[in-house]
Ligand binder design. Structure first.
Ligand code: IPM
Ligand code: MN
Length: 342
């Protein structure tokens, strides 16, 4: 996060917009300091903000806590729900030449993020022994499907116009509803070509030929799984940003990866996912598209020059978090000076 903030500062230096940064606690640190993964002070701060840049939260130390007091469900998921951020955008494309499984693909997963089994009202665990029973109902309303499909259609129009709606309509009623609503919504968008795909087939197609996809839209749990899989295609989870948005400009911008507790605090984690989340924030929440372009171009250049953290460079020379941040800052600065937004 520290590197992302520095990069953002350099990227907007020539813009008229000034950003003031406020810091709030979320997740594990918030639990340690206040007992809550999403303290009221943080919520208050966020409700007066234009955008949220969130660092990875959680770790083994807090895994045993019940859902409400756990960094993931009690922090992140509550945040998505609290601000009705129902569309989780997870772009994945070939970023580093020679890294990752495929040389050329560029897809965007739009994951529904406030419904499904994650937020089911019928969730529970009861009984003991072999009779112990636990359940998380997958449930969607037409309105919930409609709004995320509308977001996906609009994004598809700004890209290649191809939308793959992923479901399990051969088995699940909630997927039948999903499919019906997807058809209905897409009819309203001239220029969006809709195809349906079962989630098991989508998992297969992603590892066989990811270049066939443009925009994928799917329900919460399917999207959670498929987006990690897409990250594998890129080569490192440390490279993938995300934006979770609702109807307006406000949003939650965070890396797709977790807190990597095994390497945390050593100065070696990959800052690229959070830096690219910063670019998404500038573009989506603040309307600073050229500053966002500068960051994305700078990241591509630095990676193309062969620089990267350990998991990206393999047996090559790896750089630390700070060094990668510095290289990207320098590249962003050079692009700004050249007056080059793209
Ligand atoms: C993600 C994460 C979260 C999710 C967890 C931490 C609750 O895996 O953002 O993909 O499942 O949504
Ligand atoms: Mn996940």
């Amino acid at each position: 996060v520290a590197e992302a903030l520095l990069v953002i500062e350099v990227a907007i230096a020539g813009e008229e917009t000034r950003i003031s940064f406020e810091h709030g606690l979320l997740g594990g640190h918030a639990i340690d300091e206040t007992g809550s993964p999403l303290p009221p002070e943080t919520l208050d701060l966020l409700s007066h903000s234009d955008a949220i840049l969130a660092g990875a939260v959680g770790g083994p130390k807090w895994d045993h806590l019940p859902f409400e007091r756990n960094p993931g469900p009690g922090g992140l998921l509550r945040l998505r729900r609290q601000f009705d951020l129902f569309a989780n955008l997870r772009p994945a494309r070939a970023l580093v030449p020679g890294v990752g499984l495929f040389p050329d693909f560029d897809l965007l997963i739009v994951r529904e993020s406030t419904g499904g089994a994650y937020f089911s009202l019928q969730k529970g665990s009861e009984g003991i022994g072999p009779d112990r029973r636990a359940f998380d109902l997958i449930e969607y309303t037409a309105a919930q499907v409609e709004r995320v499909l509308a977001v996906a259609c609009n994004l598809a129009l700004g890209r290649g116009g191809r939308l793959t709606s992923v479901d399990k309509a051969n088995v699940l009623e909630s997927s039948r509803l999903w499919r019906d609503v997807a058809e209905e919504v897409c009819r309203r968008y001239d220029g969006v070509e809709l195809e349906h795909m079962y989630v098991d087939n989508c998992a297969l197609q992603l590892v066989l030929a990811p270049e066939q996809f443009d925009v994928i839209v799917t329900e919460n749990l399917f999207g959670d799984i498929l987006s990690d899989q897409a990250a594998g295609l890129v080569g490192s989870l440390g490279l993938l940003p995300s934006a979770t948005v609702g109807f307006g400009d406000f949003g939650l911008f965070e890396p797709v990866h977790g807190s990597a507790p095994d390497i945390a605090g050593k100065g070696v984690v990959n800052p690229v996912a959070t830096i690219l989340s910063g670019a998404m924030l500038l573009r989506h929440a603040l309307g600073l598209g050229s500053a966002a372009d500068r960051i994305e171009t700078a990241v591509e250049r630095v990676l193309a020059q062969g620089h990267g953290t350990a998991e990206v460079v393999g047996s090559g020379e790896s750089l630390g978090t700070r060094q990668i941040g510095e290289l990207i800052c320098a590249e962003v600065g050079a692009l700004a000076e050249a007056g080059d937004g793209a």
